[in-house]
Ligand binder design. Structure first.
Ligand code: MRU
Length: 348
């Protein structure tokens, strides 16, 4: 995607150094961080310098490749690096998928094999996202109002994104889409990242408070909901950013189509249903405190909750397959219930 006249991916590798867009500084500053070793890359995943299932997966693959590079002169395998990378974020299936693939390639082909596999995973993620856009854009009518939650745009993947990819394609096809952007408390991925992406692309949108979606649905101002996914169980139950379940229930109530957009790498065929998906619990500080800039652009962290109050901060929730109209994948739009079978039969 183009930023300031240059083409960027969210994460990439040059030599043994991983490069990524520093997403914690967006939308106020655009900068690239360089991570020299697997420990630095793993820390960047945990601290959400890179976030979003596909981008996390690509970064984790590159981190695993760095682990093999670091062990190049030794006879032992990078077990500690693998464990450290796997411990960064528990919900995004793409992370586990990528680490396993790069691990296998590194065991068979050494550091060069690991790097080649990590690059292939990143390229496949970008390619899948592009194809998801082509399939998904068929669901978007002329002048459609699309509601999305969190950020499943190109920042959440290597390029193109999933939930936003059909919107980018529809916009290029001249369909004039408009997007309702849920702000997505507590970290504000919608208000910060999705809104920034759509501004870059020149696509009309409005940020709405997380609790405003049902209001716009009730007034007939939402034609379709498209969101991403962090892990899809074999039966189609889908974990996505906290607040997604509520949007699915509302969409179902008002008879509005509710689609998940995700690559097949996000399906965990070994996970039978949503109850088995691990849900990340993040720091309560993310609820109690917010970060932003003042009128002069100076960055501040301020408390937004009653002093002394405690908070809970689950990062994801699970939408049952029954509420999902379909999953937009790189192979086409599938029934949620067939997710496990499709992932099992999928060949790289
Ligand atoms: O906590 P994050 O920002 O890594 O959350 C992941 C997400 O971006 C969303 O849940 C998104 O909708 C899924 S698409 C990668």
């Amino acid at each position: 995607m183009r930023v300031n006249g240059c083409d960027y991916r969210t994460v990439w590798m040059e030599g043994s150094t991983v490069h990524m867009i520093e997403q914690n500084l967006l939308p106020f500053d655009f900068s690239i961080v360089e991570l020299p070793d697997h420990a630095a890359t793993a820390r960047a995943i945990a601290e959400m310098t890179v976030r979003g299932a596909g981008a996390i997966g690509a970064a984790a693959g590159f981190a695993m490749a760095q682990g093999f590079i670091e062990q190049k002169e030794s006879a032992s395998l990078p077990h500690a690096a693998k464990a450290a990378i796997l411990a960064t974020r528990p919900t995004a299936q793409n992370l586990f998928y990528a680490v396993e693939r790069v691990w296998k390639a590194g065991c068979e082909g050494g550091a060069d094999g690991a790097v080649a596999e990590a690059r292939a995973i990143a390229d496949a993620d970008a390619e899948a996202s592009c194809r998801i856009g082509k399939f998904g854009s068929k669901l978007i009518g002329n002048r459609a109002n699309i509601l999305t939650h969190c950020n499943a745009g190109w920042l959440a993947f290597v390029d193109f994104g999933t939930a936003l990819s059909p919107i980018y394609h529809a916009h290029r096809d001249g369909k004039s889409p408009h997007v309702w952007v849920d702000e997505t408390r507590p970290r504000g991925q919608g208000a910060r990242l999705t809104a920034w992406e759509l501004t870059q692309a020149g696509i009309p949108h409005d940020i709405i408070a997380d609790n405003a979606a049902a209001h716009f649905m009730a007034r007939g101002e939402v034609d379709i909901v498209i969101v991403g996914a962090d892990r899809i169980a074999a039966n189609g139950d889908t974990a996505n950013k906290i607040g997604t379940l509520e949007k699915a229930i509302c969409a179902n109530h008002f008879g509005i189509p509710f689609y998940i957009a995700a690559p097949i790498a996000t399906i965990d065929a070994a996970c039978p249903d949503g109850n088995a998906i691990p849900i990340e619990a993040r720091s309560s500080d993310e609820v109690l405190w917010q970060q932003g800039v003042d009128a002069e652009g100076k960055r501040h962290t301020i408390r937004v909750a009653s002093p002394g109050a405690s908070a809970r901060n689950p990062a994801f929730d699970v939408t049952p397959a029954a509420l999902i109209s379909g999953i937009i994948t790189e192979q086409g739009i599938i029934d949620a219930a067939s997710a496990g079978a499709i992932a099992t039969n999928h060949k790289e």
